[in-house]
Each structure stands twice: as structure tokens, then as C-alpha cells.
Design a protein around this ligand. Structure first.
Ligand code: PT1
Length: 278
């Protein structure tokens, strides 16, 4: 698959490092600005082996409030520009807003990552233009409901079949609108309108999504599906993160979205060895 000017093969899983650029994520009153710290963190993740850096300016975790367009642009565009210019990595933009997608791609982003699967106003058209003009693909994620309330009433007949049906319809609608399936990745959306059991049913049956014929991205890092099961707060979830990443790697996913890049790379290398040894 081509990400702007880079060709990537998903014969083994690639690691995507998470870079949140929300107001409080870096402020510790020190001498370095939030901007410099974000760039430093991106560099650390690239040195640890990240193939992607996912830059997000709107939190979508359960209960999160939306942010304005200008606020999101101010947060992410300078970071995307700097990382694309200076680091050997594909920059992903984690957004649902058409204008953020367009400007991010104009400033160097190589992947659009949309937790709302291009359903916001203008987003599908922005993604089509990004694909046609810059060879920038899009990742469509499944979410039931909206971040503010999605954990209040998660309900499915069969979560795997329901999420699969959502993607079949969405891939069809995108193709009809002019976004080729070859330019799409999918993500089952762990923690987005799902109970603990829904999340583990999806993880157990990740292979079912191969029938869609597109690369699969997963993000479970530090989520409540790990914390609630293990009764661990967010800074005590590393072992759980590695366990879930290893399971995803063995299932053959294309991209694993994580905070702890260095540790996840070790897990991916072990899974790769297991897959390739005779
Ligand atoms: C994800 C993802 C994302 N997750 C993609 N993008 C988040 N493609 C942001 C919790 O249960 O999985 N895939 N962008 C972060 N969202 C959450 C959701 C964070 C749930 C935490 C939880 O704790």
C-alpha cells in the first residue's frame, strides 16, 4: 500500500505510535514547550521502530467533549508539518473533520485515521481528494454512538457480524462515492461503544475481518478493556498492552496503534519469528 511517497508491505505488522496533542498532555511547567516535547516524543517513537506516528488533537475516549475546528487545526497542523519534514516516518492524522484532513495532507500527512469512518460533513470528499491528489489512504474505524455517550448502551446482535456488516456497507458506499477500496484500511474500534466482552469477542475473531480484503489496524493500548479486566489504572497496563498487541500480531493485523512503541516492537518481533520459523 502506498502512503503518499512511501510504499509499505504488511507481510509483518507495523507499529503506529500515538501522539496526543491535547492541551494538558505535555504541560509540566518545565523549560520545553509543549510543541518541542511532542516532537521529541515523536522522535523517540521513530527511533524505537514506529512506522507511523498518529497525531490527534481531539480526544475520542469515552466521555470526551468535541473540540472546535480552529482549536484542532492549531494543535495538529504545526506538529504534522514538523514531523513530516524532519523524521523518516508516515504521519497519520487522527481526525473526523474534513478541513483538518485536507490541511493535514497539504502539510505532509500520509494517512487519514478517522474514528467516525468518514461520516462527518465533507469528510468522505476530503478523503477522496487526499487519495487522488496525494495517494493518501484512509482508515475507517467502527464506533457505535458518539464518544460522549457510547459506553452507556452498547448493544449488538453479534458484535463480529454487526461490525463486519458495517464495513461491507461502508466500503460499498465509499467505492460508490469514488474512494477505492484499495485506498482503505479498517479498524474494529476497540472501546468505542463496546462492552468488555464485545471487545474480547472482536479480538478473538480478528481473522473474520480478513474477508474484507483490506489491511486491518487495531488500537487497544491502555484502554479500559485492559484496565477493567486486570483492575489496573492507566499507568499499570504495560503487560496487558503487550499481551493484546501480541494476540493481534499473531492474528496478522497490518498496524498496531500503541503508546509503548519499544516494548510493542519486541512483542511483534517474537510473533514474526513464530510465524516464520519452520
Ligand atoms: C483506535 C483509536 C483511534 N483509539 C483508531 N484510532 C483512540 N484508528 C483514538 C478506553 O476504553 O482504537 N483506532 N484513535 C482512543 N480512544 C479510546 C477509546 C481511548 C476507548 C480509551 C478507551 O479506555
Amino acid at each position: 500500500m502506498t502512503f503518499r511517497d512511501r510504499e509499505l508491505c504488511f507481510d509483518t505488522p507495523k507499529v503506529m505510535g500515538i501522539l496526543n496533542v491535547t492541551p494538558d498532555s505535555f504541560s509540566d511547567g518545565g523549560q520545553f514547550s509543549a510543541f518541542d516535547k511532542a516532537i521529541q516524543q515523536a522522535e523517540n517513537m521513530v527511533n524505537a521502530g514506529a512506522a507511523f506516528i498518529d497525531v490527534g488533537g481531539e480526544s475520542t475516549r469515552p466521555g470526551a467533549e468535541p473540540v472546535s475546528l480552529q482549536e484542532e487545526l492549531d494543535r495538529v497542523i504545526p506538529i504534522i508539518e514538523k514531523i513530516s519534514k524532519n523524521l523518516d516516518v508516515i504521519v497519520s492524522v487522527d481526525t473526523s473533520k474534513a478541513d483538518v484532513m485536507t490541511q493535514a495532507v497539504q502539510h505532509g500527512a500520509g494517512l487519514i485515521n478517522d474514528v467516525r469512518a468518514l461520516r462527518a460533513d465533507g469528510a468522505l470528499n476530503a478523503a477522496i481528494q487526499a487519495a487522488l491528489n496525494f495517494k493518501v489512504p484512509s482508515c475507517l474505524m467502527h464506533m457505535q454512538g458518539a464518544p460522549k455517550t457510547m459506553q452507556k448502551q452498547a448493544s449488538y446482535q453479534n458484535v463480529v457480524e454487526d461490525v463486519l456488516a458495517f464495513f461491507k456497507q461502508r466500503l460499498f458506499d465509499c467505492a460508490q462515492a469514488g474512494l477505492s477500496t484499495e485506498q482503505i484500511l479498517i479498524d474494529p474500534g476497540f472501546g468505542f461503544g463496546k462492552t468488555l466482552d464485545h471487545n474480547y469477542q472482536l479480538l478473538k475473531r480478528l481473522h473474520a475481518f480478513e474477508q474484507l480484503g483490506v489491511p486491518i489496524l487495531v488500537g487497544m493500548s491502555r484502554k479500559s478493556m485492559i484496565g477493567n479486566l486486570l483492575d489496573r489504572d492507566v499507568n499499570q497496563r504495560l503487560a496487558g498492552n503487550i499481551a493484546t498487541a501480541t494476540i493481534a500480531a499473531l492474528a496478522g493485523v497490518a498496524i498496531i496503534r500503541v503508546h509503548d512503541v519499544e516494548e510493542t516492537m519486541d512483542a511483534v518481533k517474537i510473533a514474526n519469528k513464530l510465524q516464520s520459523v519452520e
